[in-house]
Design a binder for this molecule. Structure first.
Ligand code: PSV
Ligand code: MN
Length: 429
């Protein structure tokens, strides 16, 4: 077996561009040197950075109106893993994959682990699904799961999460991400406090089953599929639940799960102060949980998130955020979007490393608002492209991952063996 993209193709394309990249890198190095920054040190930090790919992200997404599948869609978790392998081979920023159960169920987890190893991939957090019904399931989640009024439905949802932990242990995951669709569509439909108490009671049972070195990551969401209220609606509810559950429970921030204009970087700062920041699902949005590609609309916001994280790390806070992309690729080839988004996230991290922290501290202490904000803009407006290209080049990836991917003909090749998926079908009839 060979890696999905021909290594000689990557090398040939890199050869053609290498000189320019090295020269641009040296020039950027000079510019940064004048600001007291050693480019090689930044490059080493960026090279260690990784963001997980969600297994479901490599399939074409859709809306509740329709889905328009692309060619050569993955048929099962092994195909998904191979697509993740392509992303990692070319862009070198996504060393792990996050599975979703039961979507990714397979009969031999050892074989899956081996396949991941072949692609140089590991497994990040495992995600449970109690937001949709599965064939043969005894109780429906139409009116909720962990917070359902019916005890047997809650027990079934707890049981599913325990199964996810067991699967996660077999593949080397160290965290369970719990997002529930529980909530209500009408004022009066649900008793808010009782629903939250029931959620907590169920979550406690899951928490009790966590292995010692695992985390439980609670993901909040303002709305959808419940459109009037959700049980874990915001970071306040999430923080309360995490604090009541115990130290292994933390709050996961999906960028798209807030009202427009909410100050997400402030939320994460608060979660850091409470030692409750689990990590992120990256995406971008304009109106709601649009699941657009990370940094495609508001790259500055993504930078501001990393600015808080880099500052906290520099100040010695002990935290270990899990990073994952969580977006829906409705009109692009998912592999291209995921490579581009991973690089965008990596770019934001690199830019945040360039902030002059001492000058920023001084400006903040002196209440010099303009200088403070200028310092952030200075870092954000630095084009770190040559640095990111060097990281990929040094790591054996492609200087230009999308162009190399297109030149490889991978999508056409897999389309020969992967049958065309049916289109249409959203949730609206
Ligand atoms: C819900 O919108 C969510 O962000 C959760 O992370 C789910 O696991 C994922 O999307 C499912 O697509
Ligand atoms: Mn998410």
């Amino acid at each position: 077996m060979t890696l999905p993209i021909d290594a000689t193709l990557i090398a040939a394309r890199n050869d053609a561009e290498q000189r320019a990249v090295r020269s641009d890198y040296a020039h950027l190095g000079e510019q940064l040197e004048r600001r007291g920054i050693q480019i090689d040190q930044v490059r080493e930090q960026v090279a260690r950075f990784g963001v997980a790919i969600p297994s479901w992200g490599v399939g074409t997404g859709g809306t509740r109106f329709a889905r328009f599948p692309g060619q050569g869609e993955p048929r099962h978790v092994f195909d998904k893993l191979q697509d993740c392998g392509v992303i990692q081979q070319l862009a070198r920023a996504t060393p792990t994959v996050s599975l979703h159960i039961p979507w990714d169920k397979c009969s031999d987890w050892g074989e899956l682990r081996e396949a991941a190893g072949f692609h140089g991939l590991g497994f990040d957090a495992i995600n449970s699904n109690t937001f949709s019904d599965q064939p043969g399931q005894a109780h429906s989640y139409k009116f909720g799961s962990l917070s359902h009024t019916d005890a047997a439905t809650r027990a079934q949802a707890v049981e599913h999460n325990l199964e996810c932990i067991e699967i996660g242990q077999q593949i080397g995951s160290k965290a369970l991400t719990v997002w529930v669709g529980d909530g209500s569509n009408f004022p009066g439909q649900q008793h808010f406090r009782r629903a939250f108490d029931r959620y907590l009671e169920s979550a406690r049972q899951i928490y009790a089953a966590l292995p010692g070195d695992w985390r439980m990551m609670l993901e909040h969401k303002i709305c959808e599929p419940a459109f009037y209220s959700t049980v874990i609606q915001d970071w306040g509810s999430s923080l309360m639940a995490a604090q009541l559950l115990g130290p292994k429970a933390q709050c996961l921030v999906d960028l798209g799960h807030h009202a427009p204009n909410v100050n997400i970087e402030l939320i994460l700062a608060r979660l850091l102060s409470a030692d409750k920041l689990a990590g992120f699902h990256f995406n971008d949005s304009k109106y709601g949980d649009d699941d657009l590609d990370a940094g495609s609309v508001s790259p500055y916001r993504l930078f501001l998130v990393f600015n808080e994280l880099v500052a906290a790390a520099k100040e010695g806070l002990a935290f270990d955020p899990a990073y994952m992309l969580d977006q829906s690729h409705n009109v692009t080839d998912p592999i291209e979007s995921l490579m581009t988004s991973a690089i965008q996230v990596q770019r934001s991290y690199a830019q945040a490393l360039l902030v002059d922290r001492a000058a920023l501290d001084a400006a903040q202490e002196a209440n010099d608002a303009l200088t403070a904000t200028h310092l952030l803009k200075q870092a954000f407006q630095t084009d770190v492209t040559p640095l990111l290209q060097r990281v990929r080049l040094d790591g054996g990836g492609a200087i230009d991952p999308v162009a190399t991917y297109r030149a490889s003909g991978y999508r056409n090749r897999v389309a020969q063996t992967r049958p065309a998926a049916a289109g249409g079908g959203g949730g609206i009839v």
